[in-house]
Design a protein around this ligand. Structure first.
Ligand code: SF4
Length: 175
């Protein structure tokens, strides 16, 4: 049992380091209860984002806040990944998810930031063309990214139209 735990901790550390190698500026494991989900996040997508309903990774196709809450609570380890604008968070989490899966974390699932732009036009009717690498953003799944990042001690502020310090976040759920 102890050996198993040590092996798991080593693998988790490897995944965290790999997130940095892939372009994250920071990453830390957080408790499931410290990933904050809320109903209002969904409504901000619906009544505030021009991308609503345009990508299969976005609402109304992505998991509701309630489903996300239940899902998060089914995991023991959650890696919160901090990126800057130069890193493609969706690509990073998809790659990390695959590596974690092959490291034995068979429940591995990644969430990125922003809409999926893998295709010029999303295959809304036919189904996703790249289901292995298309991942929903944290906000598309009803996660309050601001509260979650701040709780973990990471920086995040509303960026005004004239610009400011941009911070992006992704999640990797593993077990
Ligand atoms: S990979 Fe293409 S089809 Fe799939 S969600 Fe992204 S844009 Fe849509």
């Amino acid at each position: 049992m102890r050996r198993q735990r040590e092996k798991e901790l080593k693998a988790m550390k490897g995944i965290l380091n790999r997130a940095i190698e892939l372009g994250a500026v920071g990453a830390k494991f957080v408790e499931p209860q410290n990933v904050i989900t809320a109903t209002w996040v969904r409504l901000k997508c619906q009544y505030g984002c021009g991308g609503y309903g345009k990508r299969l990774t976005c609402p109304p196709y992505s998991p509701s806040p309630d489903v996300t809450r239940k899902m998060i609570d089914e995991y023991r380890h959650i890696l919160l990944i901090h990126c800057k604008a130069w890193t493609d968070v969706r690509k990073l989490v998809a790659e990390l998810e695959q590596e974690a899966f092959y490291a034995g974390f068979y429940k591995a699932f990644g969430m990125g930031a922003g809409p999926c732009y893998l295709c010029d036009e999303c295959a809304l009717e036919k189904g996703c063309r790249y289901p292995d690498i298309a991942r929903p953003s944290m906000e598309a799944c009803g996660i309050d990214v601001y509260a979650t990042a701040r709780l973990a001690g990471f920086p995040i502020e509303v960026v005004p139209p004239e610009g400011g310090d941009e911070n992006y976040y992704g999640l990797l759920l593993i077990d």
